[in-house]
Design a protein around this ligand. Structure first.
Ligand code: CDP
Ligand code: MG
Length: 690
């Protein structure tokens, strides 16, 4: 088999592993002919889930909870809500909800379902993600939304009374919001016996989920639907996927992935390639490398497309549009393509073995997004993406030995590796006081809970009895942003700079407003200098925003200044939404007219917990966090990189070889004790000079 693949010196092998080197995946036959796939209705009927339509509807009718397990692409997400609608679950003003952990998936499936039902998106079928509501109060009957948005809806409607069925999709992902939602739905079920819950996923451990939802009490108490959950498994047709491993570990998975793509293109039959990388940065690098390599070797016929959440709408369409005849599409994706989205035409998968994951350490109180190894369950899912259309191949950029002996079997639920500040505030806002005693599908650590309570208390969001304060606590809970940002917005009112702060909040909610360009770092740095403010990144954002508005929101201006035009459009959009939210909360918008100190004080009021101090005598720009003395550094993308002011607060940390602080601003340390006297009590006499 090694003639198929020679990236550098690494030689792939078809391995006789526990699956005999061949994984059998169930997959739909909807598109076995490649791309010309007949009418939408015919396609629908060819999906594996179609055969189970009656069984699914019967189960939903008779059971409070139905768990549906089926391979990616079998039709769970797009079909089941339509079956429910046809069966009358959306009659009498009721609605059907289907949640997804990812925003992009919400948009993609809602678009597809509207198309299948031949209705206008936003009318009968709609979707809601944070800052984007494409629904119609009167018309929408089937609604796709993120699990986070559904949690938010509970603040106005605690029993989610407008929904007759709630389908919690992609439950195997165990996202933080999915787990909170499952815990709350279990509570709601007791109050609303007529509510139906569907939990669907690609690989869920159905038994433990069923045990969690098994609320059966004594027989004679029972009325209505059976309380014991039903488990349905949707079988589909399968195509073989051959698995190849590298002989020796690769040192640079991005380069390795690119050379693997090149050799597939050289040696394998036509068919699209899906490459799993970790994030936008990786993906952009890989696309650039591939373009260069293809150019230098005169190879034609490759079309590369990125896929990650936050991708502009136009680029999303490229991912889903059919590959032009004679071309080979290469999709570089984050793990969003693992199970959330069905991509047509994929025959080859290249798996880096990594994804970006959140990790939180309650001792150091540091949360990081790190590139970390995936689990075996994920690796199998990724491989499975190659077997939908015809037999496929999966090239794993790790050794077989590593897969067998070192990879963990399943991932850890996000709730056990996250900072819980947002989670706690949401539960509190829903009136759940005993958070430690809450019925979780997987319990978070008590240390993380305590840390979260501590921060919320210092933010003035919780009182001595750990109840939401009024009005601050309720207001912070109302704003759909990280509580630290929400607090910053509330504080800006006091400091008279809410106009500026909502701009900053909008920029912080976007991944990056700069265009990442390899090889022209110098020009990018120079462009940044045009906007750079001595006070730090947040103030720099204000300068960029001002420039953009003055340019009349020109894309040309953005291009000239290495600023991402789409990101700036999004900033404007989010800012508008924040304006509306603040107005609803009765916060008047006011500009501080250039009083930057006011802006910095408002930021500190939200982010005091993220304060760091330059190590005296440090030659390499080492900082230590004030709270837990962790070693941290200013991120090279910051305008304060190498400037190294003495005291700063940062927005977030990223970890690569070191812990880097992204988006930092200079502060006066006395503001910390002003903003959060309790939080910095101990440090008062040690770290912070008076
Ligand atoms: O949820 P599950 O992974 O089981 O499947 P699905 O997302 O409902 O997809 C079922 C079928 O719909 C796939 O086989 C795709 O052919 C098609 N689909 C599509 O063409 N475009 C989308 N945006 C979503 C699904
Ligand atoms: Mg799905």
């Amino acid at each position: 088999m090694s003639q198929f693949w020679k990236p550098g010196t690494e030689r792939p092998r078809l391995v006789d592993d526990e699956e005999g080197g061949i994984l059998l995946y169930t997959a739909s036959s909807s598109s076995s002919s490649g791309f010309g796939y007949g009418s939408l209705e015919k396609q629908r009927q060819r999906l594996p889930v179609y055969k189970y339509k009656t069984a699914i509807l019967y189960s939903v009718e008779t059971h409070a909870t139905t768990i549906i397990v089926g391979e990616t692409g079998s039709g769970k997400t797009t079909q089941i809500p339509q079956y429910l609608k046809e069966a009358g679950w959306a009659e009498g003003g009721r609605m059907i909800a289907c949640t997804q952990p990812r925003r992009l998936a919400v948009q993609a499936v809602a678009t597809r379902v509207a198309e299948e039902m031949d209705v206008k998106l936003g009318e009968e079928v709609g979707y809601t993600i944070r800052f984007e509501d494409i629904t119609n109060e009167e018309l929408t009957r089937v609604k796709f939304l993120t699990d986070g948005v559904l949690l938010r809806e509970m603040m106005d409607d605690p029993l989610l009374s407008k929904y007759s069925v709630i389908m919690v999709d992609e439950a195997h992902e165990r996202s933080l919001s999915t787990d909170i939602l499952l815990g709350l739905l279990k509570k709601i079920q007791r109050r609303r016996p007529e509510l139906r819950i569907i939990i669907s996923s690609a690989t869920i451990e159905a038994k433990s989920m069923a045990a969690f939802f098994n609320t059966r009490r004594r027989r004679e108490e029972e009325q209505g639907p059976t309380k014991e959950p039903a488990i349905l498994s949707v079988e589909g047709r399968g195509f073989n996927v051959e698995i190849f491993y590298v002989d020796d570990p690769v040192s640079d998975y991005v380069r390795s992935a690119v050379s693997t793509v090149m050799s597939i293109h050289d040696q394998e039959r036509m068919g699209d390639i899906l490459v799993f990388l970790t994030g936008q940065d990786d993906i952009d690098t890989a696309i650039q490398l591939l373009t260069e390599e293809a150019q230098s070797s005169g190879k034609q016929g490759l079309v590369s497309v990125p896929l990650y959440s936050g991708l502009p709408r136009a680029d999303q369409d490229l991912v889903f549009s059919p590959t032009p005849r004679g071309k080979r599409k290469v999709i570089f994706s984050t793990n969003i393509a693992e199970t959330s989205l069905t991509l047509e035409g994929i025959v080859y998968v290249v798996d880096s073995g990594f994804s970006k994951q959140r990790f939180y350490n309650p001792i150091s109180d540091i949360e990081n997004l790190v590139v970390a190894p995936i689990s075996k369950a994920s690796a199998r899912q990724r491989a499975g993406r190659a077997g939908r259309v015809r037999p496929g191949k999966c090239f794993r950029l790790y050794t077989e030995d590593y897969f067998s002996n070192e990879m963990s079997v399943v991932g850890i639920p996000e709730i056990q590796r996250s900072n819980l500040v947002s989670c706690v505030i949401q539960l509190k806002a829903l009136g759940i006081d005993n958070i430690l005693g809450f019925d979780w599908p997987a319990s978070p650590s008590p240390e993380s809970m305590i840390r979260a309570l501590e921060v919320l208390y210092s933010l003035g969001v919780l009182d001595d009895d750990a109840k939401l304060t009024s009005p601050t606590g309720f207001q912070v809970a109302e704003i759909p942003l990280d509580p630290l940002i929400s607090k910053m917005i509330l504080a800006s009112c006091e400091f008279g700079c809410s106009e500026e702060i909502i701009t900053i909040a909008a920029v912080l909610s976007i991944q990056s407003i700069w265009i990442p360009v390899r090889g022209v770092q110098k020009q990018l740095d120079e462009a940044k200098l045009r906007f750079a403010a001595a006070e730090g990144d947040h103030v720099t954002f204000l300068n960029v925003y001002k420039g953009f508005i003055q340019s009349n929101k020109s894309s040309k201006w953005c291009h000239k200044n290495f600023i991402n035009y789409h990101a700036m459009r999004k900033v404007i959009e989010v800012r508008e939404q924040l304006k509306r939210i603040t107005q609803r909360l009765g916060i008047g918008l006011k500009s501080c007219e250039g009083d930057i100190q006011a802006v910095k004080k408002a930021i500190t009021a939200g982010f005091f917990a993220n304060a760091a101090r330059l190590e005296p005598f440090s030659h390499n720009g080492m900082y230590k966090t004030l709270r837990t003395s962790q070693e941290v550094y200013i991120h090279p993308s910051s305008v304060l990189f190498r400037v190294n002011p003495k005291f700063i607060v940062y927005h977030s940390l990223v970890s690569t070889d070191r812990q880097y602080m992204r988006n930092v601003i200079t502060i006066d340390p006395s503001w910390l004790t002003e903003a959060a006297p309790h939080f910095y009590q101990k440090q008062l006499h040690s770290s912070i000079p008076q």
